[in-house]
Ligand binder design. Structure first.
Ligand SMILES: Cc1ncc(COP(=O)(O)O)c(C=O)c1O
Length: 412
């Protein structure tokens, strides 16, 4: 677990300018992580990371990734527009969508994005609405069960994503006839795991398929898109993924399959999300009320509409009660917000130091899939986002919503 990049006094100073609740992201740590990632994969000359925009679609973060030499992975019209706004273009945009509209394909084609087809039945649809580009990627669903430590963790046959192996063979041949010159193949290699062995086994299977694809179609892909799913630690005692080790296991699979089949070089690309921003974001909220009934409820000035992951994924998020970090966790609390929904809990039966009204709570590892999942249930508004810049200053990169934002789409 990362050490909070600001002291209690520094946080009080930040709150005096930007009231809670808010998210705050650590620019320096984000940049360091990207550099380590790129270094770990430097054995593969064409390696490129496309930050998964859905994870945290704030333009200030996208610009940091651009400066660090990453592309972006978009999944919708608005995400493509964001990419364009941040001056990403051509092969620096991957468009990995599903159930795609003609407007989305048209914009992706106009921006020169690499279109990643979720379904080979979209070939005609794409051809009719936007035309077939020279470079294209297809998403394969290997149709197998993904196991971890002898347990099935995912049955790909149930997944809505990707085309079957055979559909890809036919799809590639049709695309070649339609003028495609450069091909990519996409498969989500992770499942929020950190164990290098897991990545070795999973990529080995996928790379074997890439060789099969070549044998069946005569088409050698230019790039292999491993997508995302590289896990992060949430528990205090957990250690982060060893990216050097993971990259080394992927290289081992690559050497045993792609190199052995004479297909080297093929560029590897990723669309990592949670790994890129998750550990470098903090959600900050203050204690508004304390309610004692059959349990003790700590009522925060935020609700789970702003920070929904504990509810949605049942993830454990580590909490620091600022100024009391070294105190004994000898009180049991439920942390709640104001939603008219009993599941509105940031944590249940959590041992924490004694909490008083006005205490400031920092939730760790909240830099991914948190702001982007926020919503307006109960008329509750979304919080602000701040950036702790490399030089130590803090800037607001998204203001909090106001009631005017809530009413702005209504017509009456
Ligand atoms: C197509 C695609 N790429 C990349 C990602 C990023 O995954 P993660 O945040 O697990 O790295 C996702 C997540 O949903 C995805 O759907």
């Amino acid at each position: 677990m990362n050490k909070i990049p600001f002291s209690y006094d520094e946080l009080k100073n930040i709150i005096s300018k930007f009231p809670t609740p808010f998210y705050i992201y650590d620019e320096k740590a984000i940049r360091k992580n990207v550099r380590n990632l790129k270094k770990a994969f430097s054995w593969n000359k064409g390696y490129h990371e496309y930050f998964s925009v859905k994870t945290n679609p704030n333009p200030s973060l996208l610009k940091i990734f651009k400066e660090e030499g990453c592309g972006v992975d978009c999944a919708s019209l608005a995400e493509l527009m964001l990419a364009d706004l941040c001056k990403f273009s051509n092969e620096d945009i991957m468009f990995t969508s599903n159930v795609t509209t003609s407007e989305e394909y048209k914009l992706a084609k106009n921006l020169g994005a690499v279109i990643n087809l979720d379904d080979t039945s979209h070939i005609d649809f794409l051809n009719n609405c936007a035309g077939i580009p020279e470079t294209i990627c297809c998403r394969v669903n290997l149709g197998e069960s993904i196991k971890y430590q002898d347990k099935v963790i995912l049955n790909l046959k149930d997944s809505k994503f990707g085309s079957t192996k055979e559909q890809i063979y036919e799809g590639f041949k049709s695309l070649q006839k339609l003028g495609v010159k450069h091909f990519g193949i996409h498969y989500q290699f992770g499942c929020h795991k950190k164990d290098p062995k897991y990545f070795e086994i999973n990529t080995h299977k996928f790379f074997e398929y890439v060789v099969e694809l070549y044998k069946n179609t005569g088409i050698k892909v230019d790039f292999i898109n491993l997508a995302g799913g590289l896990g992060i630690p949430f528990l205090e005692e957990d250690s982060p993924a060893d990216i050097e080790e993971i990259s080394y296991s992927i290289k081992k699979s690559y050497d045993e399959t792609i190199v052995r089949a004479g297909l080297d070089p093929i560029s590897l690309v990723t669309e990592l999300g949670i790994y890129m921003t998750g550990p470098y974001g903090y959600f900050v909220s203050s204690v508004l009320h304390i309610k004692n009934t059959y349990k003790t409820f700590i009522g925060l000035d935020a609700s789970t509409n702003s920070f929904m992951s504990p509810l949605r994924y049942n993830n454990y998020y580590h909490i620091s009660v600022m100024g009391k970090e070294n105190n004994e966790c000898n009180h049991i609390y439920d942390l709640t917000g104001a939603l008219c929904e009993d599941r509105d809990r940031f944590a249940t039966d959590r041992p924490l130091p004694y909490i008083e009204k006005g205490d400031i709570l920092v939730f760790h590892d909240t830099g991914a899939y948190n702001y982007s999942h926020s919503h307006n249930f109960n008329g509750k508004l979304r919080p602000a986002e701040l950036l702790l810049c490399t030089n130590g200053s803090v800037k607001m990169i998204r203001r909090s919503e106001t009631p005017d934002d809530y009413f702005s789409t209504l017509r009456f």
